[in-house]
Write a protein that binds this ligand. Structure first.
Ligand SMILES: Cc1cc2nc3c(=O)[nH]c(=O)nc-3n(C[C@H](O)[C@H](O)[C@H](O)COP(=O)(O)OP(=O)(O)OC[C@H]3O[C@@H](n4cnc5c(N)ncnc54)[C@H](O)[C@@H]3O)c2cc1C
Length: 388
């Protein structure tokens, strides 16, 4: 029997979940491509920045995980440059590969809107491990400099600005504020001059999230001394100063931007419809428009439930990956593919130290240490599933 070849581009939350569905399905040959050798656990970035974990805790070796699966699934560490749906091929810098089905799971990176002048040049992101590492090192040396030169005299304030109060912005702000509070206390230093400000253009932080979660998060951020500035749009960024839409100028020493994502679609000889975040427009089966054998999952896809966009999360990447792989298996059995949108089972937000808030199935709200424990359990299950 001729094996059907499935190519998966991107081996992270979405791509690895798709790959696992082909375990012991010898009727398929699966080639998983990633430009990196590791899967970066972005959801754990807050712990890494806080020095509670190291690189090995927030990465999974893709090759080792794929080797655990059946031999019909292989990992190829190469960047995919282009695909051609007409001839059903992809190519990397050195090779061409043909496919029967193609799953694009290339995720997204931080979006630094070009209309905000100076933003890209003057701010840090955390969407890649390289950036998270750079940010962590910079943050540590900042604290060191502050202690060395400033802490006792309080001659100069140190201002950190975080642009974007979504999930990642809120987690990073809380973790930094917590480190400053606790570490400085341990060192016997008062930290009156260290300010963290979270800025968002929306009406509130965590736009679109449950009201109770927003309320609990605002309370926690305030108790950690984080300043919150909503309905504020960053207009222009200079090396140590930014300007808001209403003309207000804010001085800063260090700036992080987590204000949104820009998807990373794969180049093609044909134009495909993308939304304003560069995500592929897909149908109910995750097919990119007009292509019955090409699918997009996770952050690179404009996943919707009815008219509403599904937030780009690890959960939706995992679930969309599994559904697409299962549908490919069904198609080969001449069965109807199923329509299944990701379900948000819960959302837990780390808010500094051993404190988190979260909901399960949009109903039960957890706060404090219990929420932190649940978040840890979820992460550990995920890692157990992937660790070699
Ligand atoms: C700080 C932070 C905290 C977060 N917290 C949470 C949380 O608590 N819960 C939650 O559900 N979500 C959270 N998210 C969001 C979550 O991390 C993303 O939604 C998730 O990573 C999307 O998974 P993905 O598989 O679609 O893409 P990604 O994880 O972005 O992976 C894409 C993969 O594709 C590879 N790739 C890209 N282009 C190519 C190419 N041309 N060739 C080969 N390989 C390629 C990349 O190397 C990468 O491995 C958080 C994100 C951040 C930044």
């Amino acid at each position: 029997m001729d094996k059907k070849r499935v190519i998966i581009i991107g081996a992270s939350y979405g791509g690895l979940h798709a790959a696992k569905e082909f375990h012991n399905r010898e009727e398929f040959e699966v080639l998983v491509f990633d430009k990196k050798s590791f899967h970066y656990l972005q959801t754990e970035a807050y712990d890494f920045i806080a020095n509670k974990s190291n690189i090995s805790d927030i990465t999974i070796d893709i090759g080792s995980y794929i080797n655990k699966l059946s031999s019909n699934i292989r990992f190829i560490k190469q960047k995919v440059l282009e695909f051609d749906a007409e001839h059903k091929t992809i190519h990397t810098a050195s090779d061409f590969y043909s496919y029967d089905y193609l799953i694009i799971a290339t995720g997204a990176r931080t979006n630094f809107p070009t209309f905000i002048k100076g933003l890209r040049e003057n701010s840090h992101g955390v969407k890649t491990l390289f950036r998270a590492l750079g940010f962590k090192q910079k943050f540590e040396s900042t604290i060191y400099d502050y202690i060395l030169n400033n802490a006792f005299e309080h001659q100069k304030d140190y201002n950190i600005i975080i642009g974007g109060a979504g999930l990642s912005g809120v987690e990073i702000a809380s973790e930094m504020a917590y480190i400053i509070q606790t570490d400085f206390k341990r060192l016997g230093i008062r930290c009156l001059g260290f300010n963290i400000t979270l800025i968002d253009a929306a009406e509130s932080i965590l736009p679109g999230m449950d009201r109770q979660i927003i309320y609990a998060t605002v309370k926690r951020l305030k108790s950690l001394g984080v300043h919150i500035k909503t309905k504020s749009f960053i207009k222009e960024v200079f090396p140590n100063e930014l300007i808001l839409n209403d003309g207000e100028k804010m001085q800063y020493d260090f700036m992080i931007f987590t204000g949104g994502i820009k998807a990373e679609p794969i180049k093609s000889n044909k134009e495909y419809e993308l939304n304003r975040y560069n995500q592929y427009i897909i149908d109910d089966y995750y097919n990119i428009k007009g292509e019955s054998c090409v699918f997009a999952i996770g952050d690179v896809a404009d996943i919707r439930d009815g008219d509403l966009p599904v937030p780009p999360t690890a959960q939706s990447a995992e679930q969309s990956g599994s559904v697409v792989a299962k549908n490919i298996i069904r198609l080969e059995k001449h069965q109807q593919p199923i329509v299944k949108k990701p379900i948000m089972r819960g959302m837990f937000i780390a808010l500094g130290g051993k404190y988190a808030v979260g909901t399960l199935y949009d109903k039960i709200v957890f706060k404090g240490y219990m929420a932190y424990l649940i978040k840890k359990i979820i992460t550990n299950f995920y890692k157990m599933f992937l660790k070699p």
